[in-house]
Design a protein. Sequence first.
Length: 333
Amino acid sequence: MTSAEYSPAVLRTRPVATGHWRAFLAVAKHLNFRAAADELALTQSAVSRQIQALEEEVGVPLFLRHTRAVELTSAGAQLQRAVGPALERMDAAVRLVRQTAGRRSVAITTWASFASMWLIPRMEEFQRDNPGIDIRIDASDVQVDLDTSDVDLALRYAMPAGATQGGIRLFGEQLAVVASPWLLKSGKPLRTPADVAQFTLIEAGDAHRTHYLEYLSWRRWFDTRDLTKLQPQRWLYFNYAHQIVQAALAGQGLALARMPLIADALASGDLVEVLPGHRIDSPLAYWLMVGPRSAQRPEIKAFCAWLQVQAEATRQAIGDVPDPDLNDNLDGS
């Protein structure tokens, strides 16, 4: 085929058939048309026609054909690097769809700290009682649109607003000063709010970058205690709530932690609440959002019912009393 036949004037823009790409990858792997034909269970001439058709579609030669060998052109090598992984991902997706076809499943989106600290530790009970339901948890800080995605439920952390319209309030939160029992054996007094300055204080590294994260900051705790000029021994910053709590568990300092996420650690004695009379309220709450296309499926109803039982236990553990003026939708109605 001459170079004129690949001139830009005859380039096409329609999608290339997947079969052409599979033939191309087989030839590129073996650099032999007969071996590629054997892999694909086709005749050698059929594979040759597919490659020729692909080259016409792309508009450039993809192989250099020698008497006893085949060699990828630079364009062919470029396409091999791009197309190979793409087809592998597509095949993997098809395998997953086939494996899960007909199975009941619940797909949940939430953020990493909530998944690891609250949701996953409770999942064993649901799985034990519902062995026929598969669970998929997508832990990401990116908010997923339930109207357009294949996710069934979202567990979100937000103030009551448009973002939670139609959602079910699971629980609110207070922030408490916590430490490991080991750290408290250091001998330093910790009887008044000002005593926290003798310790390393742990908080989110971006606590002062957004308005709502300011509610979670030590600086706000200082301000509400008339300690505006207080400076601790040192600061320790982390990106995520579970990292903050992990550092506190390891005795690395005092954490101003979210009560719903540490209730289990407090109950087990792994963490101790110090200055229990000095919690501060947070305007943020934890919400369950149900995708409109998922709400009536039995497995979704079962998971939501289980989730609200777990939420009630957390409300009891942290002493959460919802504001009656809020549209909390606690019963899911």
